[in-house]
Write a protein that binds this ligand. Structure first.
Ligand code: ATP
Ligand code: MG
Length: 548
């Protein structure tokens, strides 16, 4: 590890010191998602951090589903989370569920009661809040606080047996109602919730609170470095308190880091779910979503996502990362991997009037000039081709270097063509362009007779294959204003067009990735694409003003 590496990741530095001082024998981390939604790019930051930290020090990482809330959790989410982590390329050491430890957590809670360190509370939630005090004022002790151990044991047993209604009683840790840290003022550690749990069914009607369960889960698994986001910093004293009280021989250490925030993106699962529920997105894996599954469907690669997560570093203060930085990494990754080909997204027919009818010439082209090992491909050229509608103007402004009446342009991999006529329909729309080609100007022939300013791409008409293109814009428009994040949703985040691809792409498969000349990088959609009409998601455009 270099100086620079340890300064861009302060946690690495802590772990290194701990190992040097012999505090732990092995580095054990965990990634602990709550299965209440799909993973997003923020989770990827945590996944990369946890798995790569353990890997670097020869340790291991558990995948642990933090399923202590029976109301929101679901098997669908569990399956998707596993799939996403595997797709990113990480192997967890053990797969655990917090709910596997409910017996042990219950035992720990009983131990606390026996030691006079926990009590059953009769006060309502509002009363508990009112007794808690403020940052300036100490809290007030609840009348329930003076219950005997015997009475507490009996009441907790009754809570467990289901003799009370949801919310009627809770179990609280007995710490210090005057603590300057409000989280230490007798926090609730167990609550009653009559609900069926996805894993334990109806076995339990009491569930541990997250803040009590988490340190126990870490201790049970022998986790050494329990990495979480900054909002848990104030919980650390309680985390340490729970660890001190247990009879489990492990000393995990909680370390907080800043969560990832991205421009033009909402990141919380709750908000992402709202986008789906209110029909702004088509599901968790909509290619516009910042979920791992959405990014995958869009065409992002694990390598690009991981390179991005490593580059943003791990810090202690909140920051906002430009989403264009994420895009930069997918371009970098695909630059040498993706075959380059031509696609016309919004076609306009061009007739080459001096080209013989029915004759096709097969031109040679490199598949990726930056990576010659990818070989060459054949591109047809004939009397009828398609260009982009936006590449012709009847009456162009200055500095328009594409096709217009009496102008000449170069066709990529083919010839110069000169426009001498065009046809309009009854609505005044241009339907066909008439050009002549110059045989002297063939690409690769070394022709230097004259220069042209514009180079257009094209697809030959008789061999062209129909395709659909899905062009995405930002789902969230940071420039808009409003009180609710839904006010920031961009209504024009998806544009679907019908066009053509080269015939050598007839057999594209889901997740095949291409660079379409001038248009950007595209991914074959894994769900809606089909043999007759492939569907391409635009991953990212070619150019960006972003500089790393
Ligand atoms: P959300 O608010 O999106 O539901 P969460 O923090 O509740 O996120 P969990 O399922 O509890 O989600 O998260 C699992 C792990 O991922 C936690 O350790 C959490 O700290 C981490 N994590 C979640 N969001 C981010 C983020 N934006 N940046 C970095 N880490 C994150
Ligand atoms: Mg959460």
């Amino acid at each position: 590890m270099t100086e620079q590496e340890s300064s861009s990741n302060f946690i690495k530095h802590i772990v290194k010191e701990d190992m040097k001082n012999g505090r732990y024998d092995e580095v054990v981390t965990r990634f602990p998602p709550e299965p209440n939604g799909y993973l997003h790019i923020g989770h990827a930051k945590s996944i990369v951090l946890n798995f790569e930290l353990a890997e670097e020090f020869g340790g291991r990482t558990n995948l642990r589903f933090d399923d202590t809330n029976p109301l929101k959790e679901d098997e669908e989410f569990i399956a998707s989370i596993k799939e996403d982590i595997e797709w990113l390329g990480y192997e967890w050491s053990e797969l655990r569920f917090a709910s596997d430890y409910f017996d042990e957590m219950y035992r720990q809670a009983v131990r606390l009661i026996e030691q006079g360190k926990a009590y059953v509370e009769d006060l309502s939630q509002e009363e508990i809040r009112a007794y808690r005090g403020t940052l300036k004022e100490a809290g007030t002790e609840s009348p329930s606080r003076s219950r005997t151990v015997e009475e507490n044991l009996q009441l907790f047993e009754k809570m467990k047996r289901g003799e009370f209604a949801t919310g009627e009683k809770v179990l609280r840790a007995k710490i210090d109602m005057a603590s300057p840290n409000i989280n230490m003022r007798d926090p609730v550690i167990y609550r009653i919730q009559h609900a069926t749990h996805h894993n334990t069914g109806d076995t339990w009607c009491i569930y541990p609170m997250y803040t009590f369960a988490h340190p126990l889960e870490d201790a049970i698994e022998g986790v050494t470095h329990s990495i979480c986001t900054l909002e848990f910093e104030d919980q650390r004293p309680f985390y340490d308190w729970v660890i001190e009280q247990t009879d489990i021989a492990a000393e995990p250490k909680q370390i907080e880091f800043a969560r990832l925030n991205l421009t033009n993106t909402v990141m919380s699962k709750r908000k992402l779910k709202q986008l789906i529920d209110e029909d702004y997105a088509d599901g968790w894996d909509d290619p516009r979503m910042p979920t791992i599954s959405g990014l995958r469907r869009r065409g992002y690669t694990p390598e690009a996502i991981k390179a991005f997560c490593r580059e943003i570093g791990v810090a202690k203060s909140d920051n906002l990362v430009d989403v264009r930085m994420l895009e930069h990494f997918v371009r970098e990754d695909l630059k040498l991997k993706a075959p380059r080909t031509m696609a016309v997204l919004k076609p306009l027919k061009v007739v080459i009037t001096n080209w013989p009818e029915g004759e096709i010439e097969w031109l040679d082209a490199e598949i990726n000039p930056e990576n010659p090992e990818m070989g060459t491909r054949k591109i047809p050229f004939s009397r009828e081709i398609y260009i982009e509608q936006s590449d012709f103007m009847e009456d162009p402004p200055k500095k328009y270097f594409r096709l217009f009446p009496d102008n000449e342009v170069r066709l990529k991999h083919a010839y110069f063509i000169h426009c001498h006529d065009y046809v309009k329909d009854e609505n005044g729309d241009i339907t066909e362009i008439h050009c002549t080609y110059d045989p002297e100007t063939k690409s690769g022939s070394g022709f230097t007779g004259r220069k042209v300013k514009g180079t257009l791409h094209f697809v030959e008409a008789s061999q062209a294959k129909a395709a659909e293109f899905r062009l995405y814009n930002r789902l969230i428009d940071d420039e808009k204003s409003g009180d609710d994040f839904l006010d920031f949703v961009n209504p024009d985040s998806l544009e679907v067009t019908d066009g053509f691809i080269e015939p050598n792409m007839a057999d594209v498969k889901p997740h095949d990735k291409f660079q379409f000349f001038r248009h950007g990088y595209f991914n074959v959609d894994p769900y809606i694409s089909n043999k007759d009409k492939p569907v391409f998601n635009r991953i990212v455009e070619l150019k960006s003003s972003f500089k790393l």
